[in-house]
Design a protein around this ligand. Structure first.
Ligand SMILES: NC(=O)c1ccc[n+]([C@@H]2O[C@H](COP(=O)([O-])OP(=O)(O)OC[C@H]3O[C@@H](n4cnc5c(N)ncnc54)[C@H](O)[C@@H]3O)[C@@H](O)[C@H]2O)c1
Length: 458
């Protein structure tokens, strides 16, 4: 199949790369010419400046200029295309609704080109962006208004978790395709032939509207589950002495009806999707006069969670942040990614600077460059107070307290680094429960304040 993937970010680039592995002829298109130029070099460090996913650079290196091509102009490849995937950003507007301007800019451009093509074989425009339910119908209207001949629309939502994009593109839990005609389903089946009749992968054929809904219900359900642990399990263990968070989790999730995934407590779930998708679904349901109380609570619990440890430190440990030096470990929204969109660390930094800290000594194994974009001192002079360090140990040096914001594996064995770098008394604020032997540190004079624990000190 000749496939064009429009938008080569966290979703589009892994999708294009993995499709090229399956022998399709893939053109990965983006309006960001710098990004395309970087991908064309096929150099790992250039690719990873934009999308840093394990295994991705190798697939690109193996397939570039064979089954995978990077383009910043659609016109030369438009003839003979079987499918266009739309992997475009759909960020939130101020009112929570989805901003579809990038999406429809791309769609209008594509429709104009498709209307002029000489080859009039069936072509399907497949949406992978997360878009409000019913957007596929709007896409259809735009194509009609441009008189594009022999075209179908489809919805094929993306469920990949960042940090595991390649693995999940190769081995997804399910592939959901929503289309209107058998002809279009046939094209989708050929694109995804490796997943048809697979023993472990559900290949779900449905209507475009159902496919669009599956994405929103799935994502908001995951955030609801995460927020339940934060807002209920975590609160119990924080406010009643002698409730052990890890045992609570194991005891509850030993029931096979209850998911183990998501049964953690944390300083909130970030990333480009959870917050944006729940806000969009709230907006969509409200505009259909439906109740949104549950979703609004989930959204609030998750946002509150991002900085509530700082409030707890002030209230329970009497911490005065003014003029203090804070080591901040972890900037990315989760481990194994450099993505900082909606990361808890953004709110943590805002809150700490708002409380007058003198310096934030930050370390993240992958996200330093991204952080420098988010915390640009030209936009806010307070960001000059952030310094970046090459290791956890270097960030800890000379600090008055520690805040752990991301669940990087390397932070799990931190106790000895802490002891050898910052002597007690010293406050550890743990947003990810990364220090399993915290009781021993408390014994040695450190104070420990974590999600899922009461404030502990000797
Ligand atoms: N990031 C995730 O983990 C994830 C997971 C599932 C679904 N999604 C959804 O997928 C969509 C894309 O997300 P993303 O994280 O890949 O976004 P992204 O911002 O990483 O990438 C989007 C890309 O689209 C390009 N672009 C913008 N306008 C364009 C146009 N007119 N023509 C061609 N390219 C254009 C941008 O330059 C950018 O490279 C969103 O709707 C998102 O909600 C994201």
């Amino acid at each position: 199949m000749k496939i064009v993937v429009a938008g080569t970010g966290f979703v589009g680039l892994p999708h294009a790369a993995v499709c090229s592995e399956y022998g399709h002829e893939v053109y990965a298109y983006d309006i960001d010419t710098k990004r395309i130029a970087a991908y064309k070099t096929a150099k790992r460090e250039e690719i990873e400046k934009y999308v840093n996913e394990p295994g991705l650079a190798s697939i690109i290196q193996e397939n570039i200029n064979r089954s995978l091509h990077f383009i910043d102009d659609l016109e030369p490849v438009i003839e003979g295309v079987d499918a266009f995937f739309l992997c475009l950003p759909t960020p939130p507007n101020r009112d929570g609704s989805s901003n579809l301007s990038y999406y429809f800019d791309a769609v209008n451009h594509l429709a104009k080109l498709l209307a002029k093509r000489a080859d009039q074989r069936r072509v399907v425009i497949i949406n992978k962006s997360t878009v409000p339910v019913g957007t596929g119908r709007q896409l259809e209207e735009v194509l009609k208004s441009h008189n594009v001949p022999n075209v179908g629309i489809a919805s094929n939502p993306e469920f990949l978790p960042e940090g595991n994009a390649v693995e999940k593109s190769r081995h997804p839990d399910r592939v959901v395709v929503g289309a209107d005609t058998e002809e279009d389903f046939r094209i989708l089946r050929r694109i995804y032939s490796q997943f048809i009749n697979h023993v472990r992968i559900a290949f779900i054929e449905t209507t475009p509207e159902t496919a669009e809904s599956i994405k929103y219900v799935a994502n908001t359900l995951l955030l609801t589950y995460i927020s339940f642990w934060n807002g209920v399990g975590g609160r119990l263990a924080e406010s009643v002495s002698n409730v052990r968070m890890e045992d609570l989790k194991r005891g509850v999730t030993a029931d096979t009806r209850i998911s183990k995934w998501g049964s953690f407590v944390s300083n909130g779930a970030g990333g480009s999707c959870f917050g944006k998708d729940i806000q969009s679904l709230i907006y969509q349901l409200k505009s259909r006069n439906q109740s949104t109380d549950l979703l609004e609570s989930v959204y609030e619990i998750n946002e509150y969670q991002k900085t509530y440890l700082i409030d707890r430190a002030a209230a329970e440990a009497g911490v005065k942040f003014n003029n203090k030096v804070v080591a901040l470990l972890g900037l990315a929204f989760k481990q194994r990614t450099n993505d900082m969109r909606d990361a808890s660390a953004l709110k943590v930094v805002e809150s700490l600077l708002g409380r007058g800290v003198k310096e934030i000594r930050a370390y993240d194994p992958m996200a330093e460059e991204e952080a420098k974009r988010f915390f640009n001192p030209e936009h806010n002079h307070l960001f000059e107070r952030i310094s970046y360090h090459p290791s956890a140990k270097a960030a800890l040096e000379g600090s008055d307290m520690l805040f752990i914001s991301t669940d990087w594996e390397e932070f799990r064995g931190l106790s000895s680094t802490i002891e050898s770098t910052v002597p007690a008394p010293y406050l550890i604020i743990d947003g990810r429960r990364m220090i399993p032997d915290y009781n021993e540190l408390v014994e040695r004079g450190y104070s420990y304040l974590a999600v899922g624990s009461p404030y502990l000190n000797k």
